[in-house]
Design a binder for this molecule. Sequence first.
Ligand code: GLY
Ligand code: MN
Ligand code: MN
Length: 428
Amino acid sequence: MRHQPIKNKLFIENRKRLAKLLAPKSLAVLNANDVLPTNADGTLVMQPNADLFFLSGIEQEESILLIFPEAAEEKNREILFLREPNDHLKIWEGHKHTKAEAKKISGIKNVQWLSAFPMMFRALMCEAEAAYLNSNEHKRAVVEVETRDARFTRQCRRDFPLHDYRRLAPLLHQLRVVKTNLELELLKEAVDITGRGFRRLLRFVKPGVTEYEVEAELAREFIRRRGKFAYTPIVAAGKNNCVLHYLQNDQTCRKGQLLLLDVGSSYANYNADMTRTIPVSGRFSRRQKNVYNAVLRVLRSSIAGATVGKLHKEWTREAQTHMNEELLKLGLLKPSQVKRQDPDKPACRKYFMHGLGHPLGLDVHDVGDANIPFAAGTVLTVEPGIYLPDEGFGIRLEDDIVVTEDGPVNLMDKIPIEPDEIESIMNR
Ligand code: GLY
Ligand code: MN
Ligand code: MN
């Protein structure tokens, strides 16, 4: 693992939180993600399963976690199953966790090799009434391949058809949306790495550099600090500012253009998600600055508006009302357009057509039910934008915040965002 060791209290606490939500006499099983194939004998780098990590800190392929809070024997209440290391694996793939290492990472005392799973699982199923199995229930997920969890569910239902089966995902969503202090520490590290990357870019960007050179600078800064890209970075110059999911990063940055950077580092699987929009030549034009400041004001009012008890829908409505006002001031909307607007399709959507923000954590678009009001510990991105393809530019600004009882806390308040500060650093 590239990241520093994590206090296993984080995972122990999370398992305790989950155990409290499980029905009597039930167990829960979580599987690692698959190593996905590409072409020929190629594979993608495995993305650790976020739920398995959340409950155990384990990132190794093929691992299985079993939680059974009411198991008759105390040693069976938490069991971790791992690939057994052997000489062949050692030569080809290197080191795999020993039992002692896995115990230290997870705080789970009972660590077994995978070969023990079938027998032990059968014995414990015979003791249990219900099994909670995991699945990807993110509202916007498109899952075309069968995951390890899905294969396990199929097998389990075949082998034990008379058990009561339950969905683990809603419970995990409920827990994961509220971050513990130990999780916030890791998120802050991801934010810090992201900020350092951005500061490097402020000194690097000038007319003539390419979007991919900018990406390379970021990679250098993220990786040397034990991070990695949290998602494919969007490095978009000029009219590409307006392509919401621009991923080509193959153009040259020109004088007078803006460069939109939607980039974030992850650290220890926790993700930052930041957007800044900077002038390629180090100075905003008057028009660019006016639009920039309008977006910045919506960002700030939306951060302030992310309070405990508010629904995502209300929060977005407030931002859209503010955005309408800003667009009127910029002469981009007419009062009649706002007056006649369909409340479900506010006038600002012509220029600000995406969501205001999303939960953030072990996934960039993190799990969490949007119909449940913000609770203390909710981490959100706030990302208003105004896109003007006819004028050849667009602006998005994105910060990461934590909702607390004492009001929102901006995790990115040290990352330059004021246009004057950006210009001043770029021209140093
Ligand atoms: N970078 C993805 C997003 O902002 O949602
Ligand atoms: Mn983003
Ligand atoms: Mn985002």
